[in-house]
Design a protein around this ligand. Sequence first.
Ligand SMILES: Cc1cc2nc3c(=O)[nH]c(=O)nc-3n(C[C@H](O)[C@H](O)[C@H](O)COP(=O)(O)OP(=O)(O)OC[C@H]3O[C@@H](n4cnc5c(N)ncnc54)[C@H](O)[C@@H]3O)c2cc1C
Length: 63
Amino acid sequence: MTPQNTLNADYLIIGSGAVGMAFADTLFHETDATMVIVDRHHGPGGHWNDAYPFVRLHQPSAY
Ligand SMILES: Cc1cc2nc3c(=O)[nH]c(=O)nc-3n(C[C@H](O)[C@H](O)[C@H](O)COP(=O)(O)OP(=O)(O)OC[C@H]3O[C@@H](n4cnc5c(N)ncnc54)[C@H](O)[C@@H]3O)c2cc1C
């Protein structure tokens, strides 16, 4: 039996900066792979969250 706090995915992406999101976008559009993205930040955007906290792109999707 799988514990409830276990996530299963084909890819584990560390970092939701530009590179992580571009990789996830390609996977999403070109494969049927599942993925989990982990970041030490509370939301996507990478170092821009720190360098430009006043900049907000489109509302980040929770999905
Ligand atoms: C000051 C500055 C200004 C810039 N201005 C521009 C610009 O105007 N136009 C432009 O095109 N480019 C600009 N760049 C470059 C561009 O922003 C970067 O090349 C790009 O953001 C790099 O993306 P990245 O995903 O590699 O890294 P990052 O954006 O740094 O994302 C990496 C993510 O990984 C996470 N992470 C790392 N290690 C771990 C870990 N062990 N566990 C969990 N999470 C982790 C971090 O929290 C971060 O969110 C600028 C860069 C800097 C530093």
